[in-house]
Design a binder for this molecule. Sequence first.
Ligand SMILES: Cc1cc2nc3c(=O)[nH]c(=O)nc-3n(C[C@H](O)[C@H](O)[C@H](O)COP(=O)(O)O)c2cc1C
Length: 367
Amino acid sequence: MKLKIGYLELGTNLCLSPLAGYTNLPFRRTVREIGGCGLATTDLVNARSLLENNRRALELVATSPDDRPWAVQLFGAVPSEMRDASKKCEDFGANSVDINMGCPVRKVCKVGGGSAMMTELGKTANLVKGMVDAVKIPITAKMRLGWDEKNLTAPDLAKALEEAGVSAIFVHGRTRQQGFSGRVSLEGIAAVVASVKVPVIGNGDVTTPEGAKRMMEETGCAGVSVGRGAFLNPWIFRATAHYLETGKLMAEPDFEERVRVMNRHLDRNIDFFGEERGCVLFRKVIPWYARRFGPSSEFKKAAVRISKRADYEKALGEYRVWRKQFLDEKGELLEKFAPSKLEAVFAGDGPLERSEIPVPKGPVENW
Ligand SMILES: Cc1cc2nc3c(=O)[nH]c(=O)nc-3n(C[C@H](O)[C@H](O)[C@H](O)COP(=O)(O)O)c2cc1C
């Protein structure tokens, strides 16, 4: 299914959600090469840092010709900075600019950006209008359902932003107070869909093609954005696009295909960040791939020490040997060691533990 955001026509209605520290250029290119991703967004970028040409901010907006269409996600609370940063993104060739309104990290809320924006509708609408008026590319907004369950401000905010000129709304179906606990509320997303005419892209806990379809059917959202599910399974966009088009599920990629893609992802990390930093940053990526390998404790243990490509090759080689004990004579993983089937579990469904996709630890644990 296609999706139009302003004048921007996307090949599919499936988007990659920003995951700070993860959705860098190497990962976006990896996902895009597999296929099915209609739009990918950078990690959030501080508008002021971008205007100041801060090295880290420039690294976050780095792109390549195969990283299209791409959106830059900005955060900030100073209207002139958000306006000028949007212009700069347009000059860099960004296809749209997304405004972060759903980030529950204190650092972002303290300066008035992130979820704090949702409590001050008028001020926020003005800031957004300034950005919309300054550029030709579409401006979108990403929000949560509200501050807490007593303040479900997303439908009102979405309406105010639509009036200010945003071309689409991305909504993660949890409140700021929930963090990543509990479940995504499809009802909450549906309320946002009902409040505006611009496309609403639903987000949260989607890990399968069926989950994406269900989110669209039950909320009426025009598309689905996937974050952690794409890290667990970079094939999710291709598989979901295929499912939405044909009603049929594709075969899951096998171990060798997953390893092939993981290798390419590492190559791109090294190209982009240099060998040592690329490998060190890849330490936190490996466990996501490994979750779908079956037993992988030995590989994960070795992964936290890699600093060179050769370390990675050695760890992978030793893991291949160790993994043989879990294989049958044809080299297939024995049934009892197969990773559990991925499932998106929404409000009211099944035992809670099953819905829990890991929230990566580290400086981003509050997302
Ligand atoms: C590690 C991590 C980093 C995130 N970084 C951002 C970010 O930079 N901007 C943003 O709007 N949301 C961010 N999010 C929220 C995700 O985009 C998404 O809304 C949320 O994870 C729910 O979707 P999912 O269940 O598909 O992951 C982050 C989430 C995680 C787990």
